[in-house]
Design a protein around this ligand. Sequence first.
Ligand code: SER
Length: 317
Amino acid sequence: MKNILVIGATGQIGSELTMKLRCIYGNDHVVAGYIPGAEPKGELKESGPAEICDVTDCAGIDAVVKKFDIDTIYNLAALLSVVAESKPMLAWKIGIDGLWNILEIARENGCAVFTPSSIGSFGPETPRNHTPQDTIQRPITIYGVSKVTTELLSDYYFKKYGVDTRSVRFPGLISYVTPPGGGTTDYAVDIFYSAVRGEDFVCPIAAGTYMDMMYMPDALDACVNLMEADPTRLIHRNAFNIAAMSFDPEGILAAIRKYKPDFKMTYKVEPLKQNNADSWPNSLDDICARQEWDWCAKYDLDSMTRDMLEKLSARLR
Ligand code: SER
């Protein structure tokens, strides 16, 4: 990788990934792609180039790719699961029509492409515990349908045109920098804001609902390490199971209470979020990522909780 375009650079993953990539590859070599209304601010804006990149505007992105001689695209444009369910056609337009634009641009300009998939790409018939890499994927959400299509279309472009597409199935991502917007796993971020602000937390997901989660530094490492991986070792491409921790609301509550013993949580289950969560696995088996590109998460629930509370407290102070 030498010239990189991050599409969705001001989003939950993009805002941190862009800065990490600039540290590794140099500020001028990483372009922050954003849509009007979500302009980069602060360090993200000051530290390197930024361009409007709307995945539905093929010509616009093609021009950016040519202008900066881009060889790697991180395509992070997407609607998360809850928002997607209320706007299914828009979710498809951004997730799939947009992806098709990116893959065509990549084919014509010789770019590698990373487009995230998710634990949401699985469905109720999928084995729930230690979900294998290759298994049933029959999601019941539009988010999941678009993620399975993302995986298939990305593999299709690799096999048919040799486009270097690679991806991971992200679990819920936890970060103190940019909040997620409209996901089923957002509660695992929101709970930290309540804990740090000294407020009680009202949990929208029922006790006993397990989902895979990951701390953002591990997620960022996954993006970079997979795109840097030796292609001759990759048996899979789109998309690798990766895992770090699996917990239910009681598990994260207990982890936070080690540091904040008075913290309280009540439940008000939101049916849409609960349905999504109930259709997703409890925990993924990430053996293929470990074997094919040496994936290994650094943070578990306790080390993530400690760091989140410390960093978020400093940020909100
Ligand atoms: N975090 C996503 C969501 O909840 C799942 O990958 O929508």
